[in-house]
Design a protein around this ligand. Structure first.
Ligand code: PEP
Ligand code: MG
Length: 582
């Protein structure tokens, strides 16, 4: 028996034989071609492109109904296949370096892998897997292989990675679960797995070298455990877990759409963080009341020209209409630092996190800022939109951004283009100086949204992307709790609501504390929402306030964490809710 651990991305338990898929890319060698064979190699590349496009279109026809995410992901792959940069770069490598197409594609992939790895946003970082899967598929087409052959009997699929197209082709009759070496919670494959309802575990290091075809596997898609050749007592344990998961899932999903109101009547708005239009169904299914943070960078970093106003409007409008009547909080561009798109590339910065990023970058590139503001405002004619500026550090910056917004509003009025004239405006509180002057900022906006990911980085002087100091990155640092408390008080005193949209908002143990600190809205990744709502419905606001008071009196993160865990454990939760954590 061997126990491995990965990230559980689609809950559920499965036991069955392993069916191992090997990716084509693993077997590639460099081959030099003669100059006179370049044209033949080029033709070979283009045949593979056509074949892959045909294959993807064929896959689209067979996607079961009710899976819009899978469809749009495959559309995205089809678009990527026609991407002029990908085509040009591959052709250039073949011609200049006289190498086979497979090798050229791998070089391109390695280049993008390094580039994507530098992105701060995990969602964007993950998008490299889309390119990887597409290149795998092209290589298989070059070598005349079909990328996916279904098992003949029900089995657990084990692969280095599965493309969303392959995932969408998994048949419920022959697939019990899947396990991959690569991937993360936000990878597209994980999204498709959840929509299909297969248990899935990704990022299981070394699984391919440890499992043989036909080995018995036990997979827990919630905890991320994978056991190779489990003895009978482990099988029993996994079967028992399976029974409990069924109860849990039914409970959570039945109640996901109910509002999150504490037992003593305080209503907390629970919204989702979103990056892409194709996440809308997921957001709604999980009971989100709209979007508390729409990260808009994705439309800028995946291409080498700037998006036009119409392109932005189209995307924003889809999100706004898809989530109506709930609000969608669109954050203006947060590029810079290590989230650079080609067209913004400026001089190298020694301290990118403290450099020209987010609102600072927009105020220096007014053309780009105005185009985005026009698109956001125009989208507000189609539903409820809120605008939010990231990384505000002082009043002057906010006033400058507001002035541009006002000018753009006048422009649209002159042009007769409709928008919501009462659109709500907020600032993200991510910089300690903004927290310190929250009372001044509050007079100028309709809401605050605390971005804890950056706030913690700047307040504790911990680079959020540096693994050597990651152990010091602590949301429960007493300094952070005091800052949150101060921002909430300043906001409430000025009569505005205070939200939180950093990762801290979706951590189940922190929820009673955050409610006790007085936050009005929590925005998080959609999958967490049913659990958070279920918990809130079991809480008393006044007890949470006492808890927050007690936490604020403690001196270290360790004491605060212990307090929160014990508090939750001793809470007299309804049995059904307690089952969520046990
Ligand atoms: C934050 O900083 O908390 C936040 C939500 O923004 P991002 O993670 O996109 O920087
Ligand atoms: Mg941020």
């Amino acid at each position: 028996m061997k126990r491995l651990k990965g990230i559980g991305v689609s809950p559920g338990v499965a036991i069955g034989p392993a069916y191992v898929l090997l990716a084509g890319r693993l077997k590639i060698a460099r081959r030099f071609i003669r100059p006179q064979d370049v044209d033949d190699e080029m033709a070979r590349f283009h045949r593979a492109l056509e074949l892959t496009a045909r294959e993807l279109k064929e896959v689209k026809l067979h996607i079961p109904e009710g899976m819009p995410q899978a469809l749009s992901i495959i559309d995205a792959h089809l678009l990527m296949l026609r991407d002029p940069v990908l085509l040009r770069e591959t052709e250039k490598l073949i011609r200049n370096r006289l190498v086979n197409t497979e090798w050229a594609l791998i070089q391109i992939f390695e280049h993008y892998k390094r580039l994507f790895a530098s992105f701060e946003d995990p969602y964007l970082r993950e998008r490299i897997h889309d390119l990887e899967q597409l290149i795998d598929r092209l290589i298989m087409a070059l070598q005349g292989e079909d990328s996916y052959v279904a098992p003949s009997e029900p089995a657990i699929i084990v692969a280095r990675d599965l493309s969303p197209a392959d995932t969408a082709r998994l048949q419920a009759s022959t697939t019990k679960a899947f396990v991959t070496e690569l991937g993360s919670r936000t990878s597209h494959t994980a999204i498709v797995a959840r929509s299909l309802g297969f248990p899935a575990v990704v990022a299981v290091e070394g699984i391919l070298s440890q499992v043989n075809p036909g080995d018995l596997l036990a997979v827990d898609g919630f905890s991320g455990e994978v056991v190779i050749n489990p003895p009978s007592e482990i099988i029993e344990e996994f079967l028992d877990r399976r029974r409990r998961y069924h109860v849990r899932k039914a409970l959570l999903y039945n109640k996901a759409k109910r509002p999150a109101v504490t037992k003593d009547g305080r209503r907390i708005a629970i919204r989702a963080n979103l990056e892409l239009v194709d996440e809308i169904p997921l957001v709604l299914e999980h009971g989100a009341e709209g979007v508390g943070l729409y990260r808009t960078e994705y439309l800028y970093v995946t291409r080498d020209t700037l998006p036009t106003e119409e392109e932005l409007l189209l995307a924003y409008r889809q999100v706004v209409e898809g989530l109506r009547p709930y609000p969608v909080t669109i954050r203006t561009l947060d590029l810079g630092g290590d989230k650079f798109a080609d067209h913004f590339e400026g001089p190298e910065e020694i301290n990118p996190a403290l450099g020209l990023r987010a609102i600072r970058l927009c105020l220096k590139n007014l053309d780009i800022f105005r185009v985005q503001l026009r698109a956001i405002l125009r989208a507000s004619a189609f539903g409820k939109v809120r605008i939010m500026f990231p990384l505000i550090s002082g009043l002057g910056e906010l006033l400058e951004a507001k002035q541009i917004l006002g000018q753009v509003q006048e422009e649209l009025t002159r042009e007769g283009l409709p928008f919501d004239e009462n659109i709500q405006l907020g600032v993200m509180i991510e910089v300690p100086s903004a927290a310190a002057i929250a009372d001044l900022l509050a007079k100028e906006v309709d809401f605050f949204s605390i971005g804890t990911n950056d706030l913690i980085q700047y307040a504790l002087a911990i680079d959020r992307g540096n693994k050597d100091v990651a152990h010091l990155y602590d949301p429960l640092h007493p300094g952070i709790l005091r800052i949150i408390k101060q921002v909430v008080s300043a906001g409430h005193e000025a009569g505005i609501e205070v939200f939180m949209c950093g990762e801290m908002a979706g951590e189940i143990y922190y929820v009673p504390l955050l409610i006790g600190l007085g936050l009005n809205e929590l925005s998080m990744n959609a999958q967490t929402i049913p659990e958070v709502k279920a918990l809130i419905r079991e809480l008393y606001y006044r007890e949470c306030q006492v808890l927050a008071q007690e936490a604020l009196g403690l001196a270290t993160p360790e004491e605060i964490e212990l307090l929160l865990r014990e508090w939750l454990e001793h809470l007299d939760l309804e049995l059904s809710v307690r089952q969520l954590w046990n």
